[in-house]
Write a protein that binds this ligand. Structure first.
Ligand SMILES: *Cc1c(COP(=O)(O)O)cnc(C)c1O
Length: 383
């Protein structure tokens, strides 16, 4: 095993090393935008939108300022009424609940599958009421939720589906028709984020809306542009949410490399699996049979009694790790008004105490992976 001093610093996500590897292309993409000074709505924005739509095999990609805006705009396009209910997962980032509450909609939370971390479709079915209007599955940590069952439930009850695909762009889901489809292209609208740590990333904030529906596409295009189709003619109350041209130019480079990025992450995951899977005290991530995994995170589960101590000991060894997520949405202080109690969602509450996400990114080398696994296994043996 190499010593820490001899090794490149281990990061959760090593954005700088990735930049250095792609530097000539990234620098010239940025320089191209500087050269024209078309910082807003420049040609790279349109080009990126078309290229991503092609990549995903969808009719429309509408870029916007970030993944949270994308969720908000998607919901705004559906013409829902205040108080309408939207079912979503309790184990995710805050964005989904945040935009629902801001729009006067009612988040109805349901628990997740203990092994895939994704929303449990059967609990969606049980949570449907006469005023349920939509379902927001979140494809967590890099793999799609069970979209076959969710689609079926949505169709039976005439509900919209917005897929929060901030973490799993590039992953595919195979439904009953055996035709693999990209996550984010199965519901009425898919949303994503290009935040620097996400699978397809820019060097700041960015996001997008994905749809095959021409009416929703046009509505969302108007909403992100201050509700105007024609400048200074405002048909709807909208928002200002744009992907800036420099970020789009960077994203065009990263999209060209996207399949390679995913392959590199999968290699890390395969290495971790091989080294960690046989240890009875480590639950390695489970890849579902119906989807592919892009490993936005490599999230293991440990006994809650040792999890925090293991994390501290890894840190001492120079190995970062993160707890995604320490608190379920149902128990977040900001959301106490909803009245959820401890014990309402046993699976997500337990996951918050057992999960630990290990470093995974496109630039990891075998030395680093070996160092992480050797130390993790040592630490677990001594707990
Ligand atoms: C990152 C993330 C978002 C929000 O994206 P931003 O671009 O940071 O606004 C939403 N949902 C999930 C699941 C995310 O991981």
């Amino acid at each position: 095993m190499v010593t820490l001093a001899a090794m490149r610093k281990i990061e959760m996500v090593d954005i700088r090393s990735q930049y250095l590897r792609l530097q000539p292309d990234i620098d010239s993409a940025i320089a191209g935008v500087l050269d024209t000074a078309a910082f807003i709505k420049g040609p790279a924005v349109k080009a990126f939108r078309e290229e991503l739509a092609n990549y995903l095999g969808v009719a429309h990609v509408i870029s916007c300022a970030n993944g949270t805006d994308a969720l908000q705009v998607a919901l705004m396009s559906l013409n829902l009424k205040p108080g309408d209910e939207v079912i979503t997962t309790n184990f995710t980032f805050i964005s989904t609940v945040e935009v629902l509450v801001l729009l006067g909609l009612k988040p109805v939370l349901v628990d997740v599958d203990p092994l895939t971390f994704n929303i449990d479709p059967e609990q969606i079915a049980e949570a449907i009421s006469p005023i349920t209007k939509a379902i927001i599955p979140v494809h967590l940590f890099g793999q799609p939720a069970d979209m076959r069952r969710i689609r079926e439930i949505a169709d039976n009850h005439s509900l919209y589906i917005i897929e929060d695909n901030a973490q799993s762009l590039g992953a595919k889901f195979t439904g009953q028709d055996r035709m693999p489809k990209f996550a984010g292209t199965i519901g009425n609208i898919g949303t994503t984020s290009f935040f620097p740590t996400k699978p397809l990333a820019c060097y700041g904030d960015g996001g997008a809306l994905i749809t095959d529906d021409p009416y929703l596409a046009e509505t969302m295009e108007i909403i992100i542009n201050h509700g105007a189709k024609v400048k200074y003619h405002h048909d709807l109350i909208g928002v200002n949410s744009r992907l800036d041209t420099i970020q789009a130019a960077i994203l065009r480079v990263n999209l060209k490399n996207f399949d390679d990025f995913i392959a590199r992450r999968r290699k890390v995951a395969a290495y971790y699996d091989e080294r960690l899977v046989s240890n009875p005290r480590i639950q390695t991530p489970i890849a579902s049979e119906t989807g592919t995994h892009v490993y936005h995170q490599y999230t293991i589960q440990l006994d809650p009694a040792i999890r925090d101590e293991v994390q501290n000991k890894l840190k001492v060894k120079g190995i970062p790790s993160i707890i995604y997520y320490p608190i379920p949405l149902s128990l977040q202080k900001a959301f106490t008004f909803a009245g959820y109690q401890k014990g309402d969602f046993p699976v997500s509450e337990r996951l918050c105490k057992s999960v630990l996400s290990l470093p995974i990114h496109t630039e990891m080398d075998v030395e680093q992976m070996d160092y992480i696994c050797t130390n993790l296994l040592n630490i677990i043996d001594h707990e």
